[in-house]
Structures are given as C-alpha cells and as structure tokens.
Design a protein around this ligand. Structure first.
Ligand code: DC
Length: 220
C-alpha cells in the first residue's frame, strides 16, 4: 500500500515549504492540492464565470481536465495539455479559488483526483481537508499552524523582499479574515483531524519543523 503524510493548516503556516522538504527527504511525491483548486479557478475565469455563480460553477467544473505532472522534480498542473503553473499565482486566480473551493461539485471532482494519486504513489499532500476528507487513513497527519502575527510578518517579509510596499496590519487583518472563511465554510471546513498532531511553527525554523515531522513519521 502506498504511504502518505497529510499536512493541513491555515494559509501562510509554511505548509508547502515544509511538505516539499519532507517529501524530498523520504523520496515521496509532494502534492500541492491548492494548485489544483487554483487551476480549476483559472478554468472557470476563462469560461467567463464569476465567483457568485454557484450553479454555473457546478456545471462548468465538470468539463475541466486537470492533471498533475512533474518537470525536474517540481509539480506541474495541466489544464488539458497546457502547463498553467505560471498563471495560477495571481490575486485574481487566488480570489476565485477561494470562492470556488467552497463548491461541493468542485471539491468532489478534485478530491477524487487526489485520492487516485495517493492510491498508487507515496505522497506528502498539503491542503485544508487532507487529513479529514481526502486521506482519512494517512500514515501521519499534521495540523501545521502559526499565530496570525507571525504569518503576517512572514508574508510581509516575502513581499518587501520582492520590492513591494505593503502594510503589516492590513496583511494580518486579511489573514484573520481568510482563516475565518476557511474554518466556517459548509463544505470541508479547515479543522484539525482528531488524530492529527498539532505543530505550531510560530517559534520554529523551517528545518526544525521538517525534522519534527520526519521524527513523528519514523516513530510510527
Ligand atoms: O493553499 P492555496 O492558497 O494555494 O489554496 C488556494 C485556495 O484553495 C484557497 O482558497 C484554499 C483552497 N483549498 C481548499 O479549499 N482545499 C485544499 N485542499 C487546498 C486549497
């Protein structure tokens, strides 16, 4: 049976950086499920659908052909045969992903795809509902979090390093609002699975968090 590690948690807790590191260490494949929701969002935008048209989202999502591949060890998301990695990290796509990921039909389609991947491949999968819905039998479940102040500071540092001007307070407010939305939505809200280990990365380095997760995995 393929092995799996599920990593869930709020935006900005460092899930993808940590998940990549852990996957590399164990020789597992890293699966970024957020990128799949983003690719679906891009598909919906291209079809002229807006965030509040839930019925159209439900019907149109059925014809999205989303798949995952790898180039040089990096995950690539395809829409049909188009590599859309370079198009899904925009504000517009992020907002649409946030809105369309509450749709039950979108989730059903992407969860099925994620489960299929984990059946045959050893994976470290990150998202919001991996331990609770996608991989309820994962070998290890981690709920990775950090205080909103720390997550805001990390995001602020990231943006200023890119030369963008931004406001720390506004970023933290945004993070708090997004957490609330993710945790209170009807479909697959973000929550810690009963059997997940809580890791708070507020006062930990990336290496410390990765090491802790590897330790937990090896103990099992
Ligand atoms: O992690 P991210 O920002 O790339 O995720 C994009 C959006 O998709 C975000 O609004 C949360 C949502 N998402 C989800 O609902 N379930 C997942 N397993 C992963 C992401």
């Amino acid at each position: 049976m393929a092995k799996s590690i599920a990593i869930d948690g709020p935006a900005g807790a460092g899930k993808s950086t940590i998940a990549k590191k852990v996957a590399k260490e164990l020789g597992f494949i890293y699966v970024d499920t957020g990128a799949m929701y983003r690719a679906m969002a891009l598909f919906l935008i291209r079809n002229g659908i807006s965030a509040d048209e839930s019925e159209k989202i439900s019907s149109t999502c059925q014809s999205a052909e989303i798949s995952i591949g790898r180039i040089g060890g990096e995950q690539v998301v395809y829409l049909g045969d188009e590599n859309v990695n370079g198009l899904i990290r925009t504000e517009e796509v992020g907002n649409m992903a946030s809105a369309s990921s509450v749709n039950g039909d979108v989730r059903k389609k992407l969860v099925a795809l994620q489960q299929k991947m984990a059946k045959t491949t050893d994976v470290v999968m990150d998202g919001r509902d991996i331990g609770t819905v996608v991989l309820p039998d994962a070998n290890l479940k981690i709920y990775l979090t950090a205080s909103s102040a720390v997550r805001a500071k990390r995001r602020y540092d990231e943006l200023t390093a890119k030369g963008e001007t931004c406001d720390l307070e506004a970023i933290e407010k945004d993070i708090i609002e997004r957490d609330y939305r993710d945790m209170h939505r009807e479909n697959s809200p973000l929550m810690q699975a009963d059997d997940a280990v809580l890791v708070d990365s507020s006062d930990m380095s990336i290496d410390e968090v990765a090491e802790r997760i590897l330790e937990l995995y090896r103990e099992r």
